[in-house]
Structure formats: structure tokens, C-alpha cells
Design a protein around this ligand. Structure first.
Ligand SMILES: NC(=O)C1=CN([C@@H]2O[C@H](COP(=O)(O)OP(=O)(O)OC[C@H]3O[C@@H](n4cnc5c(N)ncnc54)[C@H](OP(=O)(O)O)[C@@H]3O)[C@@H](O)[C@H]2O)C=CC1
Ligand SMILES: O=C(O)C1=N[C@H](C(=O)O)C[C@H](O)C1
Length: 259
């Protein structure tokens, strides 16, 4: 399989080069906005400045870049027959809409977190949302990441929040409470709260807390190394082979039974 890497100079992009090769696939090339600054890399893999040029060389693109690229990448990939494994977070409603539309014509795997462990945390969070009444159990999600991260709350925190909301049969937008500050008033019953911490080089930490007057249950996940994202994304890329058009997630890739 020929795999292209969008964002090949990035923190995850660089690990993807190693993990694609370790999986026995070929790195068909990568995108960067500044190939002249990546001369070492250019000696190793073909570099392109556009998604269209990369798409001509591969069967699947793994994309860890920036939310601003999503709409143009969707346009570039539709109709090419290339599958898209997208890890980028911080997508707006319009960008998510472009992804959804593109998936009518192509195979897309989108996950805010390609770690199998986080995928299971999402599943457990949904089950807890279903089992623990919102009137009694306050759900709060706390995440911490490195100082370079540009979006908050993290895509993973939002995906976990979506899972809790799904379990509770509510829309996350209707119950989300982010970044409390000042005279906020008491906590709203049924709210799903988010707190985002930033510092140093923390790879990724997520805690989901369900707290009642009588007990507290916490689900905790710690990523020790970004490689877990790269291996998960490569696994998703290999899984796309022969898959029909549609929007898939990491639960599909892991083959978890539907809830
Ligand atoms: N789903 C998952 O499992 C994970 C998702 N992520 C997400 O993946 C994305 C990338 O993360 P990470 O590798 O840490 O980020 P980096 O900033 O290290 O890498 C992103 C790369 O994207 C390229 N890029 C292309 N367009 C833009 C743009 N408009 N603005 C900024 N950069 C751009 C840059 O390369 P150049 O300058 O060469 O063009 C950059 O090197 C983030 O959204 C992050 O949240 C991160 C880890 C795991
Ligand atoms: O930017 C990161 O680093 C990460 N981003 C993803 C997110 O926003 O959830 C996944 C992981 O937490 C690391």
C-alpha cells in the first residue's frame, strides 16, 4: 500500500514515516508548506506543497495538520479514489460538514484520537453516561497537553463529551460548560464540563469524572508517547483497503460491536 503523509514535518507526521515503513507499507510522499526548509526529509521522501499532488502518488493519505486545511483537502481528495485518514482536531461545524460530504464519495476515517485505549475510554464514557443519571452524577472532563497545542478543549475531550452526551440522549452543544471563570453561578444539572490545562511537553492526558454526593468514578488515560497515535493511524490506513465510501471512526477500525 502507498501511504501519503499530510503534515510530514509535524510531531506526529515524522513518527508516521517510521510507522508506515514498520507496517511494510510505502511512504509515497508528504506535504509541507515549506519544502525548502525540509531538505533532509526531501532526500528521503518526495515532498509536495499540495494535497492534489500527493494524492496522485498514493492509495491512502494520513493527515495530521491543521483544521484550516480540511475544506481544501476534502476538495482535493474527492473523486481521486484515495482514502483519507484524518487525525486533525479543532474542526468547526463547517469543516466537519465538508468531511461528511466528502465521505459520500470516498472512504474517510476520522478520529480525534487514534489510540486504542482512548477509543475504549470513549466507549466506557458512553456506557457511564447511559447508566449514571445526569440528575445525580456530574460529568466533568479534564485534559492536559503540551504548550504548543492550538485547540482547546482537545478533540479527544470533546469526543469523550459527545460519548457521554450520546449515552444520556442529549446534544453536547445544549449541555456543554467550558472554561468556567468568574461569577458563574451554581453548576447546571446535567451539564458536561470541560477544563483544559496546557504546559511543558505533556503528550496527552484525559480524565472523565462522574461525581455524585456519595461517590466518584474516574476514567483516566495517559499517552506516554505520540507513537501510539501514529501506529493507530497506520492501522486505520491499512484497514481502508477495499472499504466502501463512508465516514468511519476508530471503533470501526478496532471492530468494536455496535452499542
Ligand atoms: N487524532 C489523533 O490521534 C491525534 C491528533 N492530533 C492532531 O493532529 C494535528 C497535528 O498535530 P501535531 O503533529 O502535534 O502538530 P504539528 O504542528 O507538529 O504538525 C502539523 C503540521 O501540519 C502542517 N500544516 C499544514 N497546514 C498548516 C496550517 N495551516 N497551520 C499549521 N500547520 C500546518 C505543518 O507543516 P509545515 O509547516 O511543514 O507545512 C506542521 O508541521 C493537530 O490538530 C492535533 O490536535 C495530534 C495527535 C494525535
Ligand atoms: O495535539 C495533540 O497533541 C493531541 N491532539 C489530539 C486531541 O486534540 O485530542 C489527540 C491527543 O490528545 C494529542
Amino acid at each position: 500500500m502507498r501511504i501519503g503523509i499530510a503534515g510530514i514535518t509535524g510531531r506526529v507526521g515524522q513518527l508516521l514515516i517510521e510507522e508506515v515503513r514498520a507496517a511494510g507499507a510505502t511512504v509515497a510522499g508528504g506535504t509541507t508548506r515549506a519544502p525548502e526548509q525540509a531538505t533532509g526529509l526531501a532526500a528521503e521522501v518526495p515532498l509536495f506543497t499540495s494535497m492534489s499532488a500527493l494524492a496522485e502518488k498514493c492509495d491512502v493519505v494520513i493527515d495530521f495538520t491543521h483544521a484550516d486545511t480540511v475544506v481544501s483537502s476534502a476538495r482535493a481528495l474527492v473523486g481521486t479514489g484515495v482514502a483519507w485518514v484524518l487525525g486533525t482536531t479543532g474542526l468547526s461545524a463547517a469543516q466537519l460538514g465538508a468531511l461528511q460530504e466528502a465521505s459520500g464519495d470516498m472512504t474517510v476515517v476520522h478520529a480525534a484520537n487514534f489510540s486504542p485505549g482512548v477509543t475504549l475510554v470513549q466507549r466506557l464514557a458512553r456506557m457511564m453516561g447511559q447508566a449514571l443519571p445526569a440528575e445525580t452524577y456530574d460529568a466533568e472532563i479534564v485534559e492536559m497537553h503540551h504548550r504548543q497545542k492550538v485547540d482547546a478543549p482537545s478533540g479527544t475531550a470533546l469526543a469523550i463529551g459527545q460519548a457521554v452526551a450520546l449515552g444520556r440522549g442529549v446534544a453536547l452543544e445544549d449541555v456543554r460548560e467550558s472554561g468556567r471563570d468568574g461569577l458563574t453561578g451554581p453548576r447546571q444539572t446535567g451539564a458536561i464540563g470541560f477544563a483544559a490545562l496546557r504546559g511543558g511537553q505533556i503528550v496527552g492526558e484525559h480524565d472523565v469524572l462522574f461525581t455524585s454526593a456519595d461517590e466518584q468514578i474516574t476514567l483516566s488515560h495517559r499517552s506516554f508517547n505520540r507513537r501510539i497515535y501514529a501506529t493507530g493511524a497506520v492501522r486505520a490506513a491499512l484497514w481502508t483497503k477495499g472499504r466502501e465510501a463512508g465516514l468511519y471512526n476508530m471503533e470501526d477500525v478496532l471492530g468494536l460491536p455496535p452499542l
